[in-house]
Design a protein around this ligand. Structure first.
Ligand code: PMP
Length: 433
């Protein structure tokens, strides 16, 4: 087994420096099982952050489905194939009626790019509305609609056809408190009115119903439903990016948009859909997909190949068979309530939020000013790793600790996480400035 230093040297030599490694001491992870990862020295880590391995690392049923299909056949969507159509049916059965036509892709970014293209075709316009702090992918078209990237280091801001709504953050945003939803929706209305006055029309409102990179942010009640109404009155399409939050993670609902009581026109799925296998999907209704079928074929060499579809189907089955949505509800609720208790003992915890197994802890320097504390968030994430628990930090100010484990994360894992965090917070009162 190569040691960490020689691996680091090879990485420095052969990989683009644009890639980054997690933690102050990079980990050499060599295997995984369920909610646990193992390094080259045999140390076990409780994985509380890798939401892509949704049903657990190396789930045997997912591996078996992939192996079986790989051994039998791998082609593409240009042949009749029951593995593909059975999966499309099973997947759309989980979505609201009407969302029943699939386009297969290979990454969340590809799905979001295609969703934008569909909406631009529908509206004959490029005017796109997104949320401050949002991330929708790494393609050129998506950096343009991702303030998380274009407003960050190396970014060049949005192009003129991208309009950014202030991040609907009821804790520390432009409008605060649980009743701030309509005020943020008013910002969407203002953009629509400005577009109208300039003789332009909206193409799409692309949104994560609960924001991931934006800092595990649950928007205030009413924001999304009022915004969707405004967009639809202006004949725009509402695109729900479910890439981080879908497939039962919310516990109370299978999809993130359901927690905000809205139904989108287009849904984009990725990450957890294939438990780490590169599978993603765009789903829309008959009318929009028929309209997009303007003579230009949609072909994707890998998107919708039967191996990916077999994997996706196995993931859906495992969620069902193992009751993982219910687990997300129960363990997520308990985890959040324990974290809230912890917050009352530690002033550095400004806010605990989330739904199901999608949780954020916002670290602040001062209870009055709510000044963010990114240094503490980083230090805590590193110290938790030293103690065998993997977390991450995110948000526009990098001060939100994110918890989004494989969905097999159980009660004892939640208790251990909170106990360990308590120790880390109690041992260190001198956070780096
Ligand atoms: N949308 C959201 C909400 C995401 O979190 C991500 C990935 N972090 C993407 C889109 C892009 O997905 P991918 O990395 O598979 O291209």
């Amino acid at each position: 087994m190569p040691d960490n230093r020689s691996l680091q040297e090879l990485r420095d030599k052969y990989l683009s420096p644009s890639f980054s490694l997690s933690y102050d001491r990079p980990l050499h992870i060599v295997s995984g099982k369920g909610q646990y990862l193992y390094d080259s020295k045999g140390h076990e880590y409780l994985d509380a952050v890798n939401n892509i391995q949704h049903v657990g690392h190396c789930h045997p049923k997912v591996i078996e489905a992939a192996n079986e299909q790989l051994n039998r056949l791998n082609t593409n969507t240009r042949y009749l194939d029951e593995t593909i159509t059975d999966y499309a049916r099973a997947l759309t059965d989980k979505l609201p009626a009407g969302l029943n036509r699939c386009f297969f892709t290979n990454s969340g970014s590809e799905s979001n790019d295609l969703a934008l293209r569909i909406a631009r075709h529908h509206s004959n316009s490029k005017e796109t509305i997104v949320l401050g702090g949002a991330y929708h992918g790494h393609l050129t078209s998506l950096i343009e609609v991702s303030p998380y990237k274009h407003d960050g280091p190396g970014g060049q801001g949005p192009p003129e056809y991208v309009h950014v709504v202030p991040m609907p953050d009821p804790f520390r945003g432009l409008y605060r408190g649980p009743n701030s939803g309509p005020m943020y929706a008013g910002e969407v209305k203002n953009i629509i009115e400005r577009l109208r006055s300039e003789d332009k029309r909206v193409s799409a409102f692309m949104v994560e119903s609960v924001m991931g990179c934006g800092g595990q942010l649950v928007p205030p009640k009413g924001f999304l439903s009022e915004s969707f109404d405004v967009i639809r009155k202006a004949n725009g399409l509402c695109i729900a990016d479910e890439i981080q939050i879908g497939f039962g993670r919310m516990g109370e609902h299978f999809w993130g948009f359901e927690t905000q009581e809205v139904t989108p026109d287009i849904v984009t799925l990725g990450k957890s859909i294939g438990n780490g296998h590169p599978l993603s999907v765009v789903v829309t209704n008959d009318e929009i997909s028929d309209e997009f079928n303007n003579g230009m074929e949609y072909f994707n060499s890998f998107g919708g190949n039967p191996v990916s579809c077999a994997v996706g189907h196995a993931v859906l089955n495992v969620i069902e068979e193992e009751g993982l949505q219910q687990n997300a509800l129960e363990v997520g609720n308990e985890l959040r309530s324990l974290l809230m208790e912890l917050g009352s003992d530690h002033d550095i915890i400004g806010d605990v939020r989330g739904i199901g197994l999608f949780v954020g802890i916002e670290m602040i320097k001062d209870m009055d000013t709510l000044e963010p504390h990114p240094q503490a968030a980083k230090q805590i994430v590193d110290e938790m790793m030293h103690r065998g628990i993997l977390l991450g930090s995110d948000g526009p100010d990098h001060n939100v600790i994110k918890i989004k484990p494989p969905m097999v994360f159980d009660r004892s894992n939640a208790l251990l996480l909170v106990e360990t965090l308590d120790k880390v917070l109690s041992n260190n009162k001198n956070w780096k400035k």
